[in-house]
Write a protein that binds this ligand. Structure first.
Ligand code: MLT
Length: 329
């Protein structure tokens, strides 16, 4: 028989009471003030569009405002570093995409480990990409673009949102598929990159449908195809790049919500539940469907679903990036 160490009865009661008080403060009161959701790219771009669309119904479900803070730089790694070091008090979260999985191979001196320095809330939504160009680029179709690049590739530039951005990743896959070494021009997000494309300062951009669908529908950009395996509902007549001969060209953007390591479980669980509520909100479902975003299955809307997907993606992209020899010191 094991014996408990003998404690004076009064101190046992005091300790039990303290536990109950701490537990109920977390269980019932969180959140007592606004929550910050950090977006790693510029305001007005695709990640920001998803974050802001969700922030209102999430705030409603939580009874507190969800404030979006754009912390840009180094393809999303500035924001991820800040969040990995933030106070794990349940008031700071990060929304990030594939960049969370590609950064370990791209950055030799990454200040965080995506698999050990965070808590995981859930995957969020998937977003296809599109290849677009400035409206007055002479090439009107993908075959014309490929010929144009063969003849003028050294003068054509491709905008992106930094090493670790999906626009960079997609551009890298495209350059490999067509065998042309384009000049790349980095921006703090594809919001400013799209502004530069519309202003004719850059030639090409591989960007998410959440930003490109309105520009494509308005005829403000040239459009060559979608990066997914299948055609998408938001642009039903648009061919995929793969069906036009760019074999194996498949890029889909996935998102996750993270928190600093040590964030209390109650905050993570309530954020997860608020996210699920927001994803069913008609304002979100309608807008996201119009912009080509796709809901993810229930099994991915969990902390474990996000962490195991992140691990798979790190294992998928690490060798591809290392063999391409692309990295930052
Ligand atoms: C953005 O929000 O600007 C994009 O997600 C950047 C990118 O990864 O291409």
């Amino acid at each position: 028989m094991t014996m408990s160490p003998k404690l004076p009865r009064r101190s046992v009661c005091a300790a039990a009471l303290a536990l109950v008080v701490v537990g109920s403060a977390w269980g019932q009161a969180w959140p007592t003030r606004p929550i910050t959701l950090v977006v790693p790219f510029a305001a007005g771009g695709p990640t920001d569009i998803v974050a802001r669309a969700l922030s209102v119904p999430m705030g409603k479900a939580l009874g507190q405002t969800v404030i979006i803070e754009n912390k840009v730089g180094a393809g999303g790694t500035v924001a991820a570093t800040l969040v990995s070091r933030a106070n794990p008090d349940g008031y700071t979260f990060l929304i990030h995409h594939n960049g969370m999985a590609t950064a370990p191979a791209l950055y030799r001196k990454l200040a965080y480990n995506p698999l050990t320095d965070f808590e995981y809330v859930s995957q969020v939504i998937d977003v296809p990409m599109t290849l677009v160009a400035r409206k007055d680029l002479p090439a009107k179709t993908l075959p014309e673009l490929l010929s144009y690049l063969k003849a003028h590739g050294d003068k054509v530039n491709l905008a992106h949102a930094g090493l670790g951005a999906v626009s960079h990743l997609c551009g890298m896959v495209f350059r490999q598929a067509v065998g042309v070494d384009l000049t790349t021009v980095p921006y703090s997000g594809t919001g400013p990159a799209m502004a530069a494309l519309l202003g004719g300062q850059v030639d090409l951009l591989c960007d998410q449908t959440t930003q490109t669908v309105p520009q494509i529908k308005a005829g403000a950009v040239r459009f060559y195809g979608v990066t997914t395996a299948q055609r998408i509902k938001a642009l039903p007549d648009a061919p995929t790049l793969a069906e036009q001969g760019l074999k194996g060209f498949e890029v889909m953007v996935w998102h996750g919500i993270y928190a600093p390591k040590g964030t209390p479980r109650e905050a993570l669980d309530k954020m997860n539940s608020a996210l699920r509520t927001a994803l069913k909100d008609p304002t979100v479902t309608t807008r996201m469907a119009e912009l080509g975003a796709e809901q993810v299955p229930e099994s991915k809307l969990t902390a474990d679903g996000l962490r195991s997907w992140l691990k798979q993606e790190i294992e998928r992209w690490g060798p591809v990036i290392r063999s391409a020899g692309v990295y930052a010191d």
